[in-house]
Design a protein around this ligand. Sequence first.
Ligand code: ZN
Length: 365
Amino acid sequence: MVFKSIFGQEKAINLLQHDIDSGKVAHAYLFSGPAGIGKMKTALQFSKATACLEGGCLKCMICSSFEARIHPDFKLIKKQGNFISIKQIRELEHWVVLKANQAEKKVVIIKDIECLTEEAANALLKTLEEPQESTVFISLTSNLNAVLPTIISRCRQVKFRAISREVLLEYLLNQGYDNKKARLAVNLSQGVFGKALDLMKTEKLFELRNVSLNCLRKALNSDPNQIGFLVESLLATIKKFQEKEIDNASFAPADLPPKLTKEMKAKIKRAASVKGQELLLQALDFWWLWLRDVVVFSETADRDSIVNSDLFDEIDEYCQNSEVRVSWCIVEKISEVKTMIKNNINSQLALETLLLESTAQLAKI
Ligand SMILES: [Zn+2]
């Protein structure tokens, strides 16, 4: 079954499976629900089920090139900067009227549909009003309230729900993962299924946590003159992580034609460069979670409230020996710094400023 890799979204899957089984696939869907719970993965699987001549065999050329997002009958639209532009929708309009190349149906996935500009939204509405039999639209949003009601009303709605931490933990334990590590992964992922799995499957994210927390702890305890150097070395390590990702990603299924293999490699490389920014944002999340632990534990002394449960001793020690208020300063500014990084502000400068301003405030206390 094409959806067997999707976890915890039975209601959504049943609805989609029902549409497939009854031969009544709608021309437009809207998947809504929190980020990181499998909307994109489900959309991809659903695409294969509707495009594959065998109904989603997961083995054929169509299935594998849909998975790699390189099939001519597949299109993925993502925001460029903060918006999905009219230019992107115009290109889509041209593509929509084309006949399917090889697939049973063409599929377009529009990620973050709430980010359409007004002009783009109006153009898309027109396209949705004139359904093309050969094209299926799947729009995704983690902010349903921000989606235009006129768009919502033209789509079949599929709601994805947040997975509770208990269910997520149970899933990881059933997969045979170590209890202590699984609990930590559920905490650190803040219940986001994809991230929890990443934490369990690779050591990479745990390594990233070590490296980023090392930098933070040293910065909090050292001479401000050292902060530039500490940030530089954190960024260099993140770059190494990113390069490893590119190496690991430089493969393609052996049975793809050379042209597609080349395209796929290029796409993977582009994706890996985006990964660099994601890793940095994740490093900041690790800072945030650790500082949050410090703040919460210093106020409640409740051991169970600590997310980084394996680091209890050092958090306890830090709370006893250090000025906790500086943690507050950083916690409050981290989301601002994350936005700056998403807008491609120099990350060395952004991180240095964050740490320097906060430690300078500490000096005043
Ligand atoms: Zn197939």
